[in-house]
Design a protein around this ligand. Sequence first.
Ligand code: RIB
Ligand code: CA
Length: 317
Amino acid sequence: MMHSPLPIIIDCDPGHDDAIALLLAVASPRVELLGVTTCFGNCAVEDGTRNALRILTLAGETSVPVAQGASGPLMGATALGNYVHGTSGLDGPDIPEPAFLASELPAVQLIKSLIERSHESVTLVVTGPMTNAAELFRDHPEVMGNVREVIFMGGSTSGGNHTPSAEFNTYADPEALQQVIDSGIPLRMVGLNLTHQALATPDVVEQMRAMNHPLGQICAEWMGFFGSSYESVWSFESPPVHDPCTVAALVDPTVIQWQSSFLAVELEGKWSRGETIVDLHNRYSFAANAQIAVTLDRSAYWNLVLGSIDQLGQKTR
Ligand code: RIB
Ligand code: CA
């Protein structure tokens, strides 16, 4: 039986991997993209908003509302990831300028409005810092009743990337993630331990390049730029394409295996601020408060992502 598509909102900081996540969501009939909101992270939020509009324009989807969100974290300094994603936040190939404008609403107001209007509970997909979600649940807790879950790319069960112990999204706003954990909303974490299984190896990039439409070429060049950053900063031979793992898990629940765990964020550590504490072996005996992604079916993941890019590329060329 074909279920009705899952209503989702993607809160992101595009970002090369965020871009692929957006393409996957636009392409899949299994999800209904109600809206896109942006947050500081890979680049300044203004650039992330422009990039979100450009990506949706490229995908031929100009009816999805886009709203700009937080320009910095709830507390502390603003960390940006331009060192990975380039000056624009989406460096590499030339892509069209936006064919539509962002909403006048701020991100939290758009998310609130979309949740209130949805007849089915909404899944919030967060692929950047958790700031907008934290502000939403802090200022409008009443919407939580119509939120199915928050599924986010962030954290890790084993070491970081932005610092030795902290993954970038969580490092960028650790208080926000802890507040969302404490809100009690159903939560699934897709951390580096999972996304480092999602490498865009040369065979994957070649399949993008072999697609007979501009979208395939653009995705291949995005992987080229993203890959050059990952090689120079972390000596990765191929870049881990983090963010689409969240959407893939919604489109095909068999792609990722999960484990319940207690989850917390280190807020005080001199060296470890932003580290996610994932108690997979229940050493603290605290109640589990999150589902943690542990295993990726790599071939299913890439078949889904590449198939979606190709389908969208055929439609928009
Ligand atoms: O650490 C990886 C995460 O940080 C990804 O979401 C990437 O897009 C950046 O936001
Ligand atoms: Ca991201």
